[in-house]
Write a protein that binds this ligand. Structure first.
Ligand code: NAD
Length: 323
């Protein structure tokens, strides 16, 4: 059984604890908050609790560490865990600079350790179906992809809408397109708190000519978690707010009849929703990490996916800041 220790027992961390407790042997829980440690102690009587990250790293029987602390601490904690010879699952984004993520990847590679960022949506059965539609050619050539992640709230003060919301859509867009953007532009406004953008619009262009867009906002009347892929033959939408119709495929496309000499028309066919399994993405993500720990890190695909996301976030932040 793989022995796991986790740092960060907050709002999201508790979901990871639940899953890893069911799937592996949870042996350490670490949080700076004494109140949280006291809450977790009776629920996990066999687990050792500490405020000191170093204490769990010093356990030679511990195989892997889960980092679910606030974003600015990810790089440092993940680095210390890798240096201590532990496999690492680190919540998204694993670092705040491309160069830091490269350092983590290098460290993991030289020590043969797993480094997996928590890009939850890449384990969502609906997103997996979208990827299958793109890769199988069912949509034809992909022209553009755009994400909508809007709601009224949750208004954060320690990270802006790009970092808090954008990291999810960016991980999906970069995975679907399979290229690093050649051009990125971000515009946004900090309406409520100085320096913390509440509304962000991002444009990305890729070497193949594909383009992508993200609208990220916690000042919006619509609760949207949607990704649209426009292909030359068909179009598909992943809508995470839908309970049953997570994916809709539109058999619609532009059409250039031979007899019209360059004049474009449009074609409209069926609209259908493929069945999507109801599996919990977080459970699939945790299982994937444990499989990597058991079988070895392989080609570091997960860490490389994380690297392109951090690099793109880094560049979008520079654009947002007008540099
Ligand atoms: N994948 C997802 O869908 C998803 C969703 C929400 C949050 N997250 C990520 O999960 C992480 C945690 O988010 P949250 O909402 O649980 O935050 P939170 O603020 O509720 O919890 C963070 C916890 O980390 C603890 N902590 C901080 N520094 C520490 C340290 N050095 N050592 C030990 N403990 C420390 C804090 O005491 C706190 O209890 C963030 O990185 C966030 O981006 C991911």
């Amino acid at each position: 059984m793989i022995r796991i220790g986790q740092a960060g027992l907050g709002n999201w961390g508790k979901n990871l604890v639940r899953n890893f407790d069911e799937l592996a042997e949870l042996t350490w829980l670490c949080d700076a908050s004494a109140e949280l440690r006291d809450q977790f102690a009776p629920r996990y009587p066999k687990v050792r609790l500490t405020a000191e990250f170093e204490e769990l790293l010093a356990d030679p029987d511990l195989h892997a560490v889960v980092v679910a602390t606030p974003v600015p601490t990810h790089f440092e904690l993940a680095k210390r865990a890798l240096e201590a010879g532990k496999h690492v699952f680190v919540e998204k984004p694993p670092a705040m600079r491309g160069s830091e993520m490269e350092e983590l990847l290098e460290l993991a590679r030289t020590r043969g350790l797993v480094l997996m960022p928590g890009h939850l949506l890449l384990y969502h059965p609906g997103v997996l179906k979208l990827k299958e539609l793109v890769d199988s050619g069912a949509l034809g050539e992909v022209l553009c992809v755009y994400g909508n992640r809007q709601n009224l709230g949750v208004i954060r003060s320690n990270e802006n809408a790009l970092w808090s919301l954008g990291v999810h859509d960016l991980s999906v867009i970069l995975w679907l397109i399979g290229e690093e953007p050649s051009e990125v532009v971000a515009h946004g406004r900090d309406f409520l708190q100085p320096g913390v953008e509440d509304v962000v619009f991002c444009y990305l262009r890729f070497p193949s000519g594909k383009v992508a867009h993200m609208h990220l906002s916690w000042l919006d009347p619509h609760k949207m978690r949607k990704m649209t892929v426009v292909g030359k033959e068909r179009m598909a939408v992943f809508d995470d707010m839908e309970l049953e119709r997570k994916i809709t495929v539109y058999d619609k496309a532009p059409w250039e009849p031979a007899e019209t000499y360059g004049e474009w028309r449009t074609r409209t066919g069926d609209i259908f929703s493929p069945k999507i399994p109801n599996d919990e993405p977080l459970r699939l993500e945790c299982e994937h990490f444990l499989r990597l720990v058991a079988d070895g890190p392989g080609d570091y695909r997960e860490a490389l996916d994380g690297l392109v996301v951090v690099r793109a976030l880094d560049r979008l932040t520079e654009s947002l800041n007008g540099r």
